[in-house]
Design a protein around this ligand. Structure first.
Ligand code: UT7
Length: 327
């Protein structure tokens, strides 16, 4: 099996900042409720750019950071719950924009765990020798599927994209990955329908909209249990403990979920990198945006061990134990 490491990261969020007070003009909410219940202060919302546009911007930054030629990329995987279209995939649209003619491209649907799943796919393709250089992206334009009349969800989400380049390597930078899913009651807990079944040979047309619905309390409970479990699982059979981890990069859903996970693991909340105050919950994009910020801000040194941990609709969950290899 080949070793794999991250050689570059990138991210992009739309310019338009929507603060909590702006939302109080649309639904019955206020800054105090949103801040204290979630930690979110503002989010970025697109003014028309779609998911492939955000993905492309993040990808180009990651390519520059990794100092590679787009023609070196032989796999593009985009984790997204809000693609531009059913067909073509967001990954194919990105491929065309960045000129990665040698890549095989596809999207995966794992909601907020999308980036961890995409990272896992890229890692396995490289480990088995199927490819050498993979571009993995988490990207969302959730603002187009959010119900802007539902205060219990619309205040939570934001738009953005993050990317990482994985490459075959001498050193082992992806130490372990843990993933799982639980499809029971999934759509009731957190869902967003596609198009209804409709054809000339049936009488019933199902009425349905395509907006996000969520049972916040259930997902909250799930998050508080699954984040510590994912961290414990990814450390199993590894010669390091949670205390040896420099940073945990969690899915940025709710500060209270992160505080609860820190308590359960008996570690300081400061070990968790947080930027949800600035971006809200950007689903599959939240982890790679955070990772890129940390990379740009020089928080990560070669040899640091970090854990990425995501959870969300599906239900899906996963974590990755990474040794940082960029100098
Ligand atoms: O990325 C996918 C994963 N998603 C998540 O991780 C989300 C997990 N869930 C959560 O983060 C939290 O459950 C929420 C932030 C969504 C909600 O927080 P909560 O503490 O569970 O509040 P709640 O749903 O129990 O609502 C408490 C009250 C209710 O009013 P009453 O019934 O007590 O009078 C809600 O109607 O807060 C009300 N409420 C709001 N008030 C002002 C709900 N949304 C709002 C709002 N502004 N935006």
């Amino acid at each position: 099996m080949n070793n794999v490491k991250i050689i570059g990261t990138g991210s992009y969020a739309p310019d338009r900042i929507i603060k909590n007070i702006d939302l109080s003009k649309i639904v019955d909410t206020n800054d105090e409720w949103i801040s204290t219940r979630t930690g979110i202060k503002e989010r970025r919302i697109t003014e028309g750019e779609n998911t492939s546009f955000l993905s492309t911007k993040a990808a180009l930054q990651a390519i520059k950071n990794a100092d590679i030629d787009p023609l070196d990329i032989d796999l593009i995987v985009v984790g997204t719950a809000s693609p531009d279209s059913f067909i073509p995939s967001t990954a194919c649209l990105v491929q065309a924009e960045i000129g990665a003619e040698n890549a095989t491209c596809f999207d995966i649907s794992a909601a907020c765990t999308g980036f961890v799943y995409a990272l896992n796919i890229g890692t396995q393709f490289i480990k088995t020798g199927q490819c050498k250089t993979a571009l993995v992206i988490g990207a969302e334009v959730l603002s187009k599927i959010v119900d802007w009349s539902d205060r219990s969800t619309c205040v939570l989400f934001g738009d953005g994209a993050g990317a990482a380049i994985l490459q075959k390597s001498e050193d082992n930078g992806i130490l372990s990955i843990y993933t799982g899913s639980d499809g029971r009651n999934a759509a009731k807990l957190l869902g967003c329908s596609a198009v209804p079944v409709n054809n000339p040979f049936i009488n019933t047309i199902n009425e349905q909209n395509s907006l996000v619905t969520m049972s916040g309390k259930d997902i909250f409970r799930f998050g508080t249990k699954i984040v510590p479990k994912c961290i414990e699982e990814v450390l199993k059979n590894q010669d390091c403990k949670v205390q040896d981890i420099k940073y945990i990069v969690p899915h940025q859903a709710n500060m209270r979920i992160i505080d609860s996970a820190a308590k359960r693991l008996d570690i300081d909340s400061n070990k968790f990198y947080i930027n949800l105050d600035k971006y809200g919950n950007t689903s599959a994009a939240s982890i790679p945006i955070a990772l890129d910020e940390m990379n740009k801000d020089g928080l990560l040194k070669k040899g640091d061990k970090i854990i990425l941990v995501g959870f969300g609709g599906g239900l899906t969950f996963g974590s990755a134990l990474i040794e940082w290899m960029i100098n």
